[in-house]
Design a protein around this ligand. Structure first.
Ligand code: ZN
Length: 297
């Protein structure tokens, strides 16, 4: 049993419209689910992905209007990288007004979202044409020490050490998308704190509910405190904190985003779980109105 790669990354934002304009408008991702934060239903939970909303392409946000910025530092996923076709580097460098640079054998375009979340576009050789963002390349975890996290990735998750350059250790899973975890060993850097512009957690894929239970057993057996399985409507989740302090989740591929609306209209209507439906009118009245950016229509 091996983890194929990242399922989704969840981050904190401030203004929801600005977030939507950036990810759906500028980056051209599809808003695959418009829903509320189940623990705070007066605020949105926005899910972006590829056309199909496939695991490995899903970036999600809790936008809290006016949320103060967090601090980037150790114990965090400090950079989230999306894969792009190699031929699209020029297009994206111009669109984001950023110079690409070379790291390992890839071109990297670094940029930030409007809340200061650090992002990269990274070239992938084998996939895609045009200028489409293909899904995740991977994440960079900033750690004050990396060995225990490395051990979890290799001995438990089934990742292998693929490359190393200075204090950057690259681990790879076998999946075709979102397979990279870079550990950046930064013992002198101060720890991060949660807030707008920071990643809340990184979710890895389990291909079935059965596999997720096996993962729960396995991770628990090596000494981690793992939550029970939680129903997130579009997937089922377990959470635990990795040794460097980053919150990890293992999320199931099924049931996916078409469980409560058809593929064609994903993300166009506010969806909420059955237990919140009785409060829909009140919740809708609280939420700020959102307008789809022109490029995303
Ligand atoms: Zn999650």
């Amino acid at each position: 049993m091996q983890i194929p790669g990242i399922h989704h990354v969840t981050a904190i934002a401030s203004d929801p419209q600005r977030n939507l304009d950036f990810y759906a408008g500028k980056l051209g991702l599809r808003l695959v689910k418009l829903t509320v934060n189940f623990d705070d239903p007066g605020t949105y939970h926005l899910y972006y992905g590829n056309r199909a909303g496939s695991p490995g392409t899903i970036m999600t946000f809790f936008p809290w209007p006016g949320a103060p910025r967090g601090r980037h530092g150790t114990g965090q996923a400090t950079v989230t990288a999306f894969a792009i076709p190699r031929t699209s580097v020029g297009f994206w460098a111009e669109a984001l007004c950023t110079e690409p640079y070379e790291r390992f054998d890839e071109q990297v375009i670094p940029f930030e979202d409007p809340d200061g979340l650090a992002l990269e576009l990274v070239t992938e050789d084998s996939q895609g044409e045009g200028n489409e963002v293909l899904g995740f390349h991977g994440v960079t975890l900033s750690e004050s020490g990396y060995e225990s996290t490395a051990k979890l990735l290799t001995e438990t998750f089934g990742y292998r050490l693929a490359k190393q350059e200075k204090n950057r250790f690259r681990y790879r899973a076998h999946g075709a998308i979102g397979s990279v975890v870079d550990l950046l060993c930064q013992p002198d850097k101060r720890s991060g704190s949660m807030g707008a512009g920071t990643v809340h957690h990184v979710a890895f894929r389990a291909e079935s509910d059965m596999q997720q239970l096996q993962w729960r057993e396995k991770v628990s057996s090596i000494g981690y405190d793992v939550t029970p399985v939680l129903d997130r409507q579009y997937f089922h989740s377990i959470y635990f904190r990795e040794p460097g302090g980053v919150l990890f989740e293992i999320a199931t591929d099924p049931p996916g985003f078409t469980i409560d609306e058809p593929f064609e209209t994903l993300g166009t209507h506010l969806k909420m779980p059955a237990w919140l439906e009785p409060q829909r009118a009140r919740i809708e009245a609280t939420l700020p109105k959102l307008t789809m950016p022109p490029a995303a229509k």
